[in-house]
Design a protein around this ligand. Structure first.
Ligand code: ATP
Ligand code: MG
Length: 450
């Protein structure tokens, strides 16, 4: 028998509802995580109490409540600094548009609430005494590592096609297999995903990409991903005809994705997209060797369209874009690296190294020479940091006022001179020392701003 450890603040919420005569259970991801032996990051509760009844119970106990989405049955309570979502047992109405139930009806029946949940592993209920309600056999499926819809998969995916992405996301994150009928239904119904809000898809997609078996899921369900990123279908079986690659384009990409560590949103997305432009520029010379000049540029164009379609934020797009643009660039001298750092940041360069290492490891084993460039660059970055070298205008030993004091009249010329001085410092031809810089300004600009 599994030992179920429920934190005191969650027990308190469950107990308050129970002692007022209602049912209350930990549900969803938290219950799943507990059965998996993981510690949930947050706890959701399902209760037979209506939202108003819940509010009444917690207000009486002087616990802070937030009425987030009472209409849909959810309120939030804050106990000992932790937020807990409490959702009233519901029956979802008809789904006319494959995504939103037309109306939400509250119910006192746990059986009805269980039936609306997506997968058996997400339909387990745990109460304050650690008693389990598992009407769909979720525990058995978790133990076997299986994702299975609650009820007929076709009907469940037709109701809400996002569940298809959720199934793939859970398969990638948990390393589970999708049960045969559920799998067949995904292939039958995945086109319904085109009617689902892009933001909801993007949220699942990014979680999926960071999953430990993302590559396996993308490989197995390639058609589904092709719906959003058709170029992936072209990449399968695409021989790059160079000695640097022993895998086709898709397999190389998946190897790079596997190699990303740590798995951040931007790095995983850049890994997926870094080479997609190769399909556009590929050509074979008279010796039968493949060339993919400027592929970064085309990868960026395809990435921009894909990320915009899925409504990713501008800052996310910019970061991914920069990673793709530079994934084949290897500055090696201290001067080059200082200039790179000045345009980006130490954090960005470290992330670029993660992508480049994964990319290089995805090349044929005897063509990973570029790893030495990354190693060297990392050492040089360490040195720049230890020596506190100037890589930012703000770190210059002089200020705008110093430039004015050196005889340059106030105005745009001051900024120009600051930028000029900064570029000299980056190049290593001028030391970042106040006296020396002032002398340089005096000599070079004659103290008259000309
Ligand atoms: P995570 O660990 O990402 O939070 P989760 O399973 O908790 O995973 P949530 O989106 O937080 O996912 O949803 C909580 C619960 O609500 C799920 O476990 C599931 O029971 C139910 N649920 C969520 N989305 C759907 C859906 N589209 N269709 C049916 N049930 C759903
Ligand atoms: Mg959750």
């Amino acid at each position: 028998m599994q030992i179920i450890d429920i934190p005191d603040y969650v027990k308190r919420a469950l107990n308050l509802l129970e002692s007022s005569g209602y049912e209350a259970y930990i549900v969803g991801g938290a219950a799943r995580d507990i059965i998996l032996g993981d510690v949930p990051s947050d706890y959701d509760i399902a209760s037979s109490a209506t939202p108003d009844e819940c509010l009444g119970v917690f207000e009486k106990a002087k616990i802070k409540t937030v009425d987030t989405s009472k209409k849909h049955g959810t309120i939030v309570v804050i106990i000992e600094g932790h937020q807990i979502e409490i959702t009233t047992y519901r029956v979802d109405g008809d789904y006319a548009d494959n995504r939103h139930p037309d109306n939400v009806t509250f119910t006192r029946s746990i059986e009805e609430d269980v039936a609306r949940r997506d997968f058996t592993m997400n339909a387990i209920y745990i109460n304050s005494n650690s008693e389990l309600v598992d009407l769909f056999g979720g525990i058995k499926d978790i133990e076997a590592g299986i994702i299975r819809t609650c009820g007929e998969p076709d009907r469940r995916f037709e109701e809400d096609a996002l569940r298809i992405m959720r199934a793939l996301r859970f398969a990638a994150v948990l390393g589970f297999e999708i049960e045969e009928k559920t799998r067949a239904s995904i292939f039958k119904n995945y086109k319904l995903l085109s009617g689902i809000s892009k933001e909801r898809i993007a949220t699942e997609f990014i979680k999926l990409l960071k999953g430990k078996n993302a590559s396996g899921v993308i490989r197995e369900y390639l058609e589904v991903f092709g719906l959003f990123l058709p170029v992936l279908l072209k990449m399968k079986g695409f021989d790059q005809k160079t000695k640097y690659h022993d895998k086709d384009m898709l397999e190389h990409t998946l190897a790079v994705l596997d190699g990303i560590d740590p798995k951040t949103d931007e790095l995983c997305m850049a890994a997926l997209l870094h080479d997609v432009g190769k399909t556009e520029v590929f050509c074979v010379d008279k010796n039968g060797v493949g060339h993919m000049k400027n592929h970064n540029k085309y990868s960026m164009i395809i990435a921009e369209k894909f990320l915009s379609d899925l409504k990713f934020s501008n800052s996310f797009k910019k970061k991914v874009d920069n990673l793709i643009r530079l994934h084949d660039v290897f500055p090696q001298s201290e001067v080059q690296i200082r200039k790179f750092l000045a345009h980006s940041s130490v954090e960005f360069m470290r992330e670029l190294s993660v992508l480049q290492r994964a990319d290089i490891n995805g090349h044929a084993p005897n063509h990973r020479e570029r790893m030495a460039y990354v190693d060297l660059r990392e050492k040089i970055i360490d040195k720049i940091i230890v020596e506190e070298q100037c890589i930012n205008m703000r770190e210059l030993a002089i200020s705008g006022q110093d430039v004015i004091d050196a005889g340059i009249p106030e105005g745009p010329r001051v900024g120009e001179i600051m930028r000029h001085v900064f570029s000299k410092v980056l190049e290593g031809t001028l030391a970042n020392e106040k006296e020396e810089i002032i002398r340089y300004i005096g000599d070079r600009f004659n103290g008259k701003g000309k």
